[in-house]
Design a protein around this ligand. Structure first.
Ligand SMILES: NC(=O)c1ccc[n+]([C@@H]2O[C@H](COP(=O)([O-])OP(=O)(O)OC[C@H]3O[C@@H](n4cnc5c(N)ncnc54)[C@H](OP(=O)(O)O)[C@@H]3O)[C@@H](O)[C@H]2O)c1
Length: 269
């Protein structure tokens, strides 16, 4: 496991990389600063083309909330700082409507320097009320991806995608967001939303941030619509593990090789 040290110099460099003014390879860095650049560099780079990643914060027993729905905050302080850094480096943050309704998250950057990302809610049936906090104007773009013709407040962009069996094809969502100028995306939850992008093979990385607490019950992090029936068909990502301080993050690279074993399940679906 590698430690990370996000010094002011590291963070300035990452923001410069995001702005296309610098690279992550050159410079004189300590080992922990280099680890931080390795962890966040892919999110900051814009020269690699469109990129989608997901992050989920969970307990040691794989829960993302309690049985009563208390989800704030499963992650410890360093896990939260990690999430805010990811927000600051991407163009847009995507959540499912259940998270928007339940957590009323702001999706802003508050624990580090950096611009707020565009906020995107996937709301196929138009369940999100127009006065939801996530749609309020704070200067960042606000987008609803929906299958219905529901009108949204001035300034809120609507991407309309037809549902297939109640689901909006994840690839079409990403294509539409990329076409809207949002090339680097973080799927922030919840588990249902992340699972759909993961199963469609659209995520380059999945960050699983684990906080040292046992909740004992409540919603689980990820449940795939088509789970592996045998361990031979499990997804085995290439993982780098980093100590954030209070929490540990598994940076899982979902390469074609890692997803290869899933092919028979996809083929059957
Ligand atoms: N610990 C963490 O990192 C974290 C982060 C975020 C949220 N959470 C917790 O997660 C829970 C909510 O997560 P969740 O998994 O239940 O729900 P969710 O992922 O927030 O939202 C799922 C809903 O979004 C819509 N949706 C998403 N992708 C879709 C697609 N491709 N096509 C059609 N509809 C799509 C559907 O809406 P319809 O239901 O209208 O069909 C779906 O039921 C809350 O307890 C929240 O606190 C934890």
């Amino acid at each position: 496991m590698q430690g990370i040290n996000v010094t002011a110099k590291v963070w300035e460099r990452l923001l410069a990389v995001k702005a296309g003014r610098s690279c992550t390879c050159c410079g004189d860095w300590s080992a922990d600063e280099r680890s931080a650049l390795a962890l966040y560099g892919p999110l900051a780079r814009r020269d690699l083309g469109p990129l989608s990643v997901a992050q989920i914060g969970q307990s040691l027993d794989g829960r993302i909330a309690t049985v009563t729905g208390d989800a704030r905050d499963v992650s410890g302080p360093d896990g939260l700082a990690h999430l805010h850094r990811m927000r600051a480096l991407v163009d847009g943050v995507v959540i499912g409507v259940r998270t928007a309704l339940h957590d009323t998250p702001r999706l802003t950057v508050r624990m580090c320097d950096g611009a707020d990302p565009a906020r995107i809610v996937i709301d196929p049936r138009g369940r999100l009320p127009n006065d939801a906090p996530v749609l309020q104007d704070n200067g960042a773009r606000r987008i609803v991806v929906q299958a219905v013709g529901m009108a949204r407040p001035k300034g809120v962009e609507v991407i309309r995608i037809d549902a297939t069996d109640g689901s909006l094809p994840p690839a079409r969502i990403i294509e539409a967001l990329n076409a809207a100028g949002l090339r680097t995306l973080m799927i922030e939850g919840g588990g249902i939303t992340i699972a759909r992008f993961l199963e469609a093979g659209l995520l380059a990385h999945l960050h699983v941030a684990i906080a040292p607490l046992l909740i004992g019950g409540g919603p689980q992090g990820l449940t795939l619509p088509s789970p592996s029936e045998t361990l031979a068909h499990a997804i085995r990502p290439d993982c780098c593990v980093y100590s954030l301080g209070s929490d540990v993050v598994f940076d899982c690279a979902l390469t074609a090789r890692a997803l290869e074993a899933r092919a028979p399940v996809h083929g059957a679906a």
